[in-house]
Design a protein around this ligand. Structure first.
Ligand code: KMH
Ligand code: ZN
Length: 286
């Protein structure tokens, strides 16, 4: 069955892999993909396992988070050459990245970019997304023809998304895809109740949404998302244990688990071509 809104089989499950993040040190987690080679290999393994999009944070030669434009550009190119995944660059970066460096990410010409809808406490830090910055980044994404994924860390950010769409119209591609990021200390909790409330409040313009639960909330959030018909984001950016006290071996392991969860819900992994249609990167056949 095809969804009338997106032109994509409504049973198809978009699995996004977020393999690296900006918070974990390579020294603490040697299996974290931090070099370009590791990232491309991870992308290939995760695509073969069922992922259709990759949410990318990059690291420098010392494995530290960076928004270096040349590295970002090389990364987009290498992932395009080595995989068919939709390449989404993080504009969130790390909590220490200046706003102007985060705007510059779009110069690397990814397919998609993350776009967080407001400032949130982030553990002991602050993940800063002032409203003028959100508006500037959104307008830049429209101008550069990059499809945003709206990252929603709390209910206030869901309301802010409505405000943004009312003021500036639809994103490039005409689709509105969101990701509920749940269980961050400082954001909405990673519970079924919170997910149901957030989904109920999504603007009518939203055409698809996924959810990810940080840390131990990964399973409850994933199961709740599937039961509400949403999509999944998984990866070592968000969780480092596969079960209590057992370290994740690889991002592929997390994607394989997401595929297994989807299978129970009778949802098959979406192809990369379907993901492009879902997100408005290509015109849907109707
Ligand atoms: N690393 C976090 C501070 C995003 O990628 O857009 C922000 C983050 C969100 O991961
Ligand atoms: Zn991220």
């Amino acid at each position: 069955m095809k969804s009338s809104v997106t032109g994509v089989d409504s049973q198809a499950l978009l699995i996004t892999v977020a393999p690296t993040g900006a918070e974990t040190a390579k020294a603490d987690c040697p299996q974290l993909p931090t070099t370009l080679e590791e990232l491309v290999r991870t992308g290939q393994e995760c695509e073969a396992a069922g992922a259709a999009m990759i949410h990318v944070h990059i690291r420098d030669a010392d494995h530290r988070p960076t928004l270096d434009l040349a590295r970002l550009t090389d990364t987009v190119q290498a992932l395009r050459e080595g995989t068919d995944l939709v390449v989404q660059l993080s504009t969130g970066g790390s909590v220490h990245d200046p706003l102007e460096h985060r705007l510059r990410v779009l110069d690397a010409q990814p397919d998609s970019c993350s776009l967080t809808m407001g400032t949130t406490n982030f553990g002991d830090d602050v993940f800063s997304n002032p409203w003028p910055f959100v508006c500037e980044l959104y307008q830049l994404s429209q101008e550069r023809q990059v499809v945003p994924e709206f990252e929603l860390f709390d209910l206030g950010q869901v309301a802010a998304l409505q405000r943004l769409l009312d003021r500036y119209g639809l994103p490039y591609g005409g689709r509105v895809h969101c990701d509920l990021v749940m269980g961050v200390p400082g954001g909405m909790p990673g519970t079924t109740d919170a997910l149901v409330a957030a989904v109920a409040a999504l603007p009518a313009e939203v055409t698809s949404w996924s959810a990810t639960g940080i840390g131990r909330t990964t399973l409850p959030v994933g199961l709740a998302a599937l039961s509400k018909g949403g999509h999944l984001r998984v990866g070592m950016e968000d969780v480092l244990t596969i079960s209590r006290g057992v370290p994740v071996e690889s991002n592929r392991q997390l994607v394989e688990r997401a595929v297994a969860m989807g299978d129970l819900a009778q949802r098959r992994p979406m192809t990369t071509a379907e993901a492009r249609t879902l997100l408005g990167l290509v015109l849907a056949e109707v």
